[in-house]
Design a protein around this ligand. Structure first.
Ligand code: VGL
Ligand code: ZN
Length: 207
């Protein structure tokens, strides 16, 4: 049983948004085209309270993209983004949501970031996604969405660690940093993830 996991396809992560991923909107038509080729489609949504400690604006004297230590974890500071109940946090209006069975929100705890759709960055608290997927009989997890070097990467690492056969649909992701994305994909491959392009999946019959 194959699931498509659509990571953080939200207004703030596409050009015009507050933490725009270069060419981020390019993932949307592919995310839509891929959905009918999966048994199950699930999405994640970055969902921060105002004043979240991953925001540079929460740390006097710091600017976006500075690195700090946040309660013992390395933290990149971001522009304010995906604030709960703002338009920037909404899933992108062009994303087809009819087949999205569940949306897992993350990043709500004010003092810890959560790149992965499975766990916060300290692996202290699970979102319940792994149990949900297992409960639905999922064996294979395919990831697409934003950003390839952060939330897609960390979600894929946790999917692997949870024992799912893990696939990254490389043309259906975009990254904040090209170098970071190359390193992320190499690391994932070394850990057993497989990389593929959407064309290989679109050739499968729709469900
Ligand atoms: C993300 C940085 C901060 C992502 C979320 O979705 O990749 N990146 N919050
Ligand atoms: Zn975030």
């Amino acid at each position: 049983m194959k699931a498509l996991l659509l990571i953080d396809i939200q207004n703030d992560f596409v050009p015009g948004g507050r933490l725009a991923v270069p060419d981020g909107a390019a993932v949307i038509p592919l995310a839509n085209a891929l959905q009918p080729h999966f048994d199950l489609v699930v999405a994640s949504q970055d969902w921060h309270p105002a004043g979240h400690q991953s925001f540079a604006s929460s740390h006097a004297g710091h600017a976006p993209f500075d690195q700090i230590d946040l309660h013992g974890l390395p933290q990149t500071l971001w522009p304010d983004h995906c604030v709960q109940e703002t338009a920037g946090a909404d899933l992108h209006p062009d994303l087809d949501t009819c087949r999205i069975e569940a949306i897992f929100r993350k990043g709500m705890a004010p003092d810890i970031d959560s790149y992965s759709a499975f766990f916060d960055n300290g692996h202290r608290k699970a979102t319940g996604l792994a149990d949900y997927l297992r409960g639905r009989g999922v064996t294979d997890v395919y990831l697409a969405g934003l950003a390839g070097d952060y939330c897609v990467y960390f979600s894929a690492l946790d999917a692997l660690a949870a024992g799912f056969a893990t696939f990254v649909v490389t043309d259906a992701t975009r990254a904040i940093s090209a170098d970071g994305f190359r390193a992320a994909l190499a690391d994932l491959q070394g850990k057993g993830a497989r990389l593929l392009e959407s064309a290989a999946l679109l050739a499968d019959p729709a469900r």
